[in-house]
Write a protein that binds this ligand. Structure first.
Ligand code: ACO
Length: 432
């Protein structure tokens, strides 16, 4: 017999007591299971922005925000970024274990079978203005994939789910590269299946029919690492959006399009684009103190982009790897003097010593350096969030798959604290 009773939390309200089971995960804080609360006490819980709500059980990603730890299926992010390729990480997120060499080769082959787009999809691009933001094109074209695979959208069939996951992981880079090419007025470059995943993406972005293009292995590796660093991040805004959409039974292409829409915002995936805009606005190191003063003035509405995180109250472990990758990429490209990098390093130094940021535990997040790397690689600013979406598609689809496979999965349906007008009677228009 166990010596310790199972943990529980007791809540008393209005003369009644509810005993709530306390659940223990493998790592991380325990959680009070409040599902009985409404039935037993007539109470809902109130947690706007879900700061303390565990909306699901998951085995995919673990974050310890105080310690700056990020694990995928138990493996630390720095080990994955150093020792694995993006498709290995994709396999890990989807299936729970790292692939063997044979499984890896088979997975790569399967992904490569799906990199092409239906030719009909080309016409979708013509519907967009040339100056459309590529994220707008991504929202539209990824959602449109559902129209091409409607015979494979039975989410209750594991085989169909697997094919949809493969299609998404394989086709999103092609859509992303074509979104860029379209806005530039350049011809679309078709995927090349003799290239690796990141290499092929760079090829589709930059190759032209008029001349040979060889992808630098250092840049391909850096891109692969950037993809790994963005692959998943547990229940963030876009992933929760994908789960909520998926809980209705919506098809995976529509769900990922919803995730892309959520990712677009500057508080989420749009931050690395915003970091570069911010650095350009600051201009020179001499202007940093004035800018920091503006950030600290709550009335200014200015934030230090690339700093702060809902979960990390310590260094974002991805930011450290990103900073190292940034130096490697600049070295490979022969860029010895990058004023934006100097400015970013100085801004980081000043912010990390400033009591405003120290007290609020605001540290650089993954986006602080990624924009500088991407810019050096020739990726236009408007494509930064698109790249994030390419990487995160793997996390989204893994989380979606996990949710669908959960026994007893129910539609997500939060409740509210209503503070609007009480019931009142309509007064006819003429009498108002
Ligand atoms: N600059 C200045 N002040 C900040 C910043 C920032 N970047 N981030 C947070 N703060 C302040 C808040 O104003 C608040 O101050 P207060 O206590 O005096 O009111 C305090 O720090 C706590 O911040 P919260 O608002 O509780 O942080 P929250 O978890 O809601 O927001 C977020 C997190 C959205 C990431 C925020 O830090 C932010 O806007 N950062 C800049 C945008 C950014 O880099 N986003 C990328 C996130 S990572 C990703 O999606 C990949």
């Amino acid at each position: 017999m166990s010596a310790t009773a199972p943990a529980q939390a007791t809540i008393t309200y209005d003369g009644k007591t509810a005993i709530l089971p306390v659940l223990t995960g493998t790592l991380g804080p325990q959680v009070a299971d409040i599902r009985r609360l409404q039935g037993e006490l007539g109470l809902f819980t109130y947690d706007p922005a879900y700061g303390t709500t565990s909306a699901c059980e998951s085995k995919i990603t673990y974050i310890d925000g105080d310690e700056g730890v990020l694990l995928h299926r138990g493996y630390p992010i720095d080990q994955l970024a150093e020792g694995a390729g993006f498709l290995e990480v994709a396999y890990l997120l989807l299936n729970g274990e790292l692939p063997t060499a044979a499984q890896n080769a088979e997975f790569e082959t399967q992904i490569k079978q799906h990199t092409m787009l239906h030719e009909q999809l080309r016409h979708f691009f013509n519907g967009f203005r040339r100056d459309a933001h590529p994220m707008a094109i991504m929202c539209g074209t990824v959602g449109a994939l559902s129209a091409f695979y409607h015979d494979h959208l039975d989410t209750s069939d594991p085989k169909q789910r697997e094919i949809s996951a493969m299609r998404l992981i394989a086709k999103v880079p092609t859509l992303a590269a074509w979104a860029y090419k379209y806005t530039m007025g350049f011809p679309f470059t078709y995927p090349r299946n003799d290239l690796g995943y990141a290499e092929n993406f760079l090829h589709m972005m930059f190759a032209m029919p008029s001349e040979d293009y060889t992808v630098s292995p250092v840049l391909a590796r850096a891109m692969d690492r950037i993809l790994i660093l963005h692959a998943d991040h547990e229940q963030n805004a876009s992933t929760s959006t994908v789960r909520l959409a998926g809980s209705t039974g919506a098809n995976p292409f529509a769900c990922i399009a919803a995730g892309i829409a959520a990712l677009w915002g500057p508080a989420h995936g749009g931050a690395n684009e915003a970091v570069l805009k911010m650095l350009a606005e600051i201009g020179t190191k001499e202007n940093i103190p004035d800018f920091v003063a503006k950030v600290k003035d709550k009335n200014s509405g200015v934030k230090l982009m690339g700093f702060g995180h809902r979960v990390y109250k310590n260094f974002d472990p991805r930011a450290k790897i990103m900073q190292q990758t940034c130096h490697e990429v600049l070295r490979e490209l022969g860029i010895t003097d990058e004023p934006m990098l100097d400015l970013a390093v100085e801004l980081e130094r000043i912010a990390l010593e400033d009591p405003y940021f120290v007290q609020r535990k605001l540290y650089p997040n993954v986006d602080f350096y990624s924009g500088i790397i991407l810019k050096a690689m020739g990726i236009p600013t408007s494509m930064f969030t698109v790249l994030f979406a390419v990487a995160r598609t793997v996390g989204w689809i893994s989380q979606w798959k996990e949710m669908i496979e959960e026994p007893g999965m129910r539609i997500g349906r939060p409740r509210q604290l209503y503070t609007g007008a009480p019931k009142r009677d309509l007064v006819p228009l003429a009498a108002r």
